[in-house]
Ligand binder design. Structure first.
Ligand code: PGA
Length: 253
């Protein structure tokens, strides 16, 4: 079976309540009936419930941008996977480069979150990607495979089927500088062969690998045409419904 494309909008720390609902409604209006691929929006925590209500009854799913690995208790400022389920999330993005490099999250912490999110029923988007210095030093494949391996440590086969890997070269995020389809495809193919080594070829062929980093309507088509690119994790361009819809259109056969 061919892999279904999966396009997710990562709104990051943007919008206010009114804007979040307005954007969610505009996404539903343009994309709420799309059958050919999976689509999700990932607003800030505080607007999740309102966005979930705004997309209810459509094919648009909701994801969060992070979560913690404990159920509840004295963890000031943290949000559990169960809480995210409770407000209508299907997905959670973990290991985003801004969490790795701005907040300082390490592979081990990300792995604990991945395990907890999966066991509590959230589907995970595990984001990985090299820094510019790492690419220049020729260590891209090494860095990315370490992030994939450590991030998924202890994840069993059944749960791995609910993981999407998002390859996002850090130098391409929010910079307007996209990886070329060839650069992206090379890393995606490496990730898939790593997944095959870890989980067997059959499962590796089913796991979706999104590309992220300055994806927009004008470059989506050529990226999504690559054999191992199974969707996009979209930041800036997901804040405009029109542009986001243009990316989805780029994935239509
Ligand atoms: P960008 O962000 O599309 O604004 O580059 C992508 C991401 O960080 O997920």
């Amino acid at each position: 079976m061919p892999r279904r494309l999966f396009i997710a909008g990562n709104w990051k720390m943007n919008t206010n309540a009114a804007e979040a609902v307005k954007l969610a409604k505009a996404v539903v209006e343009k994309l709420g009936k799309v059958q050919e691929m999976d689509i999700a929006v990932c607003p800030p925590f505080v607007y999740l419930a309102q966005v979930a209500a705004a997309v209810a009854g459509s094919r648009i799913a909701v994801g969060a941008q992070n979560c913690f690995y404990e159920n509840n208790g004295a963890f000031t400022g943290e949000i559990s996977a169960a809480m995210l389920k409770d407000v209508g999330c299907r997905y959670v993005i973990l290991g985003h480069s801004e969490r790795r490099h701005v907040i300082g999250e390490m592979d081990e912490l990300i792995n604990r979150k991945v395990l907890k999110a999966l066991s509590d029923g959230l589907d995970v988007i595990l984001a990985v990607g090299e820094l510019l210095a790492e690419r220049d030093a020729g260590t891209t494949l090494e860095v990315v495979s370490r992030q994939v391996k450590r991030g998924t440590e202890g994840v069993g086969k059944a749960e791995m089927a609910r993981v999407t890997i998002a390859y996002e070269p850090v130098w391409a995020i929010g910079t307007g500088r996209t990886a070329t389809p060839q650069q992206a495809q090379e890393v995606h193919a490496m990730i898939r062969s790593l997944l095959a080594a870890l989980y067997g070829n059959e499962l590796a062929q089913q796991i979706r690998i999104q590309y992220g980093g300055s994806v927009k309507a004008s470059n989506a088509k050529e990226l999504l045409a690559c054999p191992d690119i199974d969707g996009a994790l979209v930041g800036g361009a997901s804040l405009k419904a029109e542009e986001f819809a243009g990316i989805v259109a780029g994935g239509m056969k």
